[in-house]
Design a protein around this ligand. Structure first.
Ligand SMILES: NC(=O)c1ccc[n+]([C@@H]2O[C@H](COP(=O)([O-])OP(=O)(O)OC[C@H]3O[C@@H](n4cnc5c(N)ncnc54)[C@H](OP(=O)(O)O)[C@@H]3O)[C@@H](O)[C@H]2O)c1
Length: 256
């Protein structure tokens, strides 16, 4: 039997994960199935109705170790070739570290860092020549941030891990892209209760998920290690390269 070409997308039930599922078939016509991972089954089923490619919902809480057995078994039992792995599941909570709840703090580390690493480790053996990994980092990865300390640190992990992995897997032609957008208009901010929703800042920097995802897929096709949407975020990236972080931390003390 011929191996099936598949894509795996975590965080597929909303925001950018969902958008990746919808746009992927336009960028890669050779995909037979997309395995979509999230906790909300109703959302994944609704997405399956919209997709032009067969979707296979895998209901998993990526913060629960036991749930990984499902995916492990499925990977072992089917003849597959993973052409795309997209790690989009993640969340962020603003606030002073000391005031944050334990489940928020460790949840961000578990989901943004551990889950992404576990899924990548599980899937990599099934990825062949020309496969792609797209990891959702964030512009928060560029430098430490007051009142977003754990989230920014978790995304720095994703960025650093993705760049190193990209070098490690280059010889076998598996290419890794870290996606680092600024604020994107998804459910992310609704959960966080962040006041960005009311600000002028939102209106000028908030990006549309379709555009961030479309650029990420184009950058991944071009084997770029970084995908940064928008001129403001590209300028922000350069600033964090040129100005010492202790100075940036001092400046942002006044408005973050
Ligand atoms: N929005 C932004 O401004 C922004 C900016 C930069 C980077 N990012 C990053 O981009 C990625 C996607 O964010 P988004 O904006 O699309 O957010 P979103 O709309 O809130 O989507 C988050 C996704 O993660 C899934 N998820 C959350 N906890 C999970 C768990 N324990 N197990 C399995 N799945 C889980 C959710 O599905 P279920 O709830 O159904 O499980 C959902 O599909 C995240 O990694 C985020 O950190 C976002």
């Amino acid at each position: 039997m011929k191996r099936k070409n598949i894509a795996i997308v975590t965080g597929a039930s909303s925001g950018m994960g969902k958008e990746f599922v919808l746009q992927l078939p336009d960028y890669c016509t050779k995909i037979d199935e997309i395995w979509v991972i999230a906790r909300r089954e109703d959302r994944l089923n609704a997405l399956a109705k919209k997709s032009h490619v067969k979707l296979v919902p895998i209901i998993m809480d990526l913060q629960n170790n036991k749930d990984y057995d499902k995916l492990k078994e499925k990977l072992k039992s089917e003849k597959i070739n993973i052409r795309f792995l997209i790690n989009s599941a993640g969340f962020g909570v603003h606030g002073y570290f000391e005031e944050q709840k334990e489940n928020e703090v460790f949840g961000m580390v578990d989901l943004n860092c551990s889950a992404l690493t576990k899924i990548t480790h599980l899937c990599l053996p099934y990825m062949g020549t020309n496969a792609r990994i797209i990891n959702m980092a964030s512009s928060a990865a560029f430098f430490p941030q007051k009142r977003f300390a754990v989230y920014a640190a978790s995304k720095s992990y994703v960025l650093s891990f993705s760049r190193a992995l990209n070098v490690e897997t280059k010889d076998r032609k598996v290419y890794v892209t870290a996606v680092c957008p600024g604020p994107v208009d998804t459910e992310f901010f609704k959960k966080d209760n962040c006041d960005i929703n009311k600000t002028f800042y939102k209106r000028i920097v908030m990006a549309k998920p379709e555009k961030v995802v479309s650029l990420a897929l184009r950058d991944s096709a071009q084997k770029k290690e970084l995908s940064i949407y928008g001129s403001m975020m590209n300028a922000f990236y350069m600033t964090t390269k040129l100005i010492p972080h202790r100075i940036l931390l001092f400046i942002t003390k006044f408005f973050l």
